[in-house]
Design a protein around this ligand. Sequence first.
Ligand code: CAA
Length: 291
Amino acid sequence: TGTYENVKVEKVGEKKNVTLIQLNRPKALNALCDALIKDLNQALDEAEADKDVGAIVLTGSQRAFAAGADIKEMQDVKSFSDVYNTNFSLAWNRVTESGADIAEMRNKDFVEVFSKDFPKFDGIARLKKPILAAVNGIALGGGCELAMMCDIIYAGERAQFGQPEITLGTIPGAGGTQRLTWAIGKSKSMEMILTGNRMTAQEAEKAGLVSKVFPVETLVDETVKTAEKIASFSKTIVSICKECVNASHNMTLNEGLHFEKRLFHATFSTHDRQEGMTAFVEKRAPNFKDC
Ligand code: CAA
């Protein structure tokens, strides 16, 4: 695996089929500066491309998952066009390096480049492989939003979630108003976003933001165990499952049911569906081939 300044990457699990990405900018409590986002993107690309990896775990330190977008980077932004360009800076760099211009990016590759380079939006949700967040300590602002982009959130028992943007004179800008509302409903989401108050791990579990709470020390291991279980199944089928569940946010019920049925039918053309059912009937473990 590659080495990065702001994230640590390791392949873990008995079969080394889980990529563990640890945000590692302790001095700023893992505030999501441009350089960290860039490293995170590359580490995610690497894990997504690795044929042996079946799931990804994203974590921070015991003190902080992430303290949000980097306030120092945003502090001097003066105008709408500045912030627009700030949010674009990574995509912008990639495009200008390759000699293309902004107009071309907007017209053609805009969505592709933007969301891929900037997981603050939907870069993470676009990954085919499942990604699990293991949140210890604070997940604030963009940190909470980053956790919510993941497919499953497990929390350490002293974790805290919050959207404190209102206290800074701004609003959540990386999906918080949408994903938090999907996760915990309007009243709780409004309360958090309008007051900036934090939610404890236990409250977050009760509200459905978090699937499970573990002791601080065992959180990452427990998350890796779940990731290993997911990675033991057919990668093809796992990615189809993930796509279907995520589709539920973007479709009406009827459209979603239709989408699910079509992908369910599609699984019948795979080796792994045949193998899974044959193995069940023959009372043996399946041998999935990811095809
Ligand atoms: N951006 C930049 N630097 C940050 C940061 C952030 N979001 N959060 C913490 N840091 C830095 C601090 O500036 C400090 O650095 P210095 O030592 O150089 O001063 C260092 O990390 C340690 O932080 P504190 O000394 O403040 O530690 P603490 O334990 O007293 O407090 C905290 C911890 C309550 C998390 C506090 O740091 C804090 O409130 N941070 C900001 C949280 C926040 O408002 N996040 C939302 C950001 S906006 C956003 O995310 C927009 C979006 O939707 C995309």
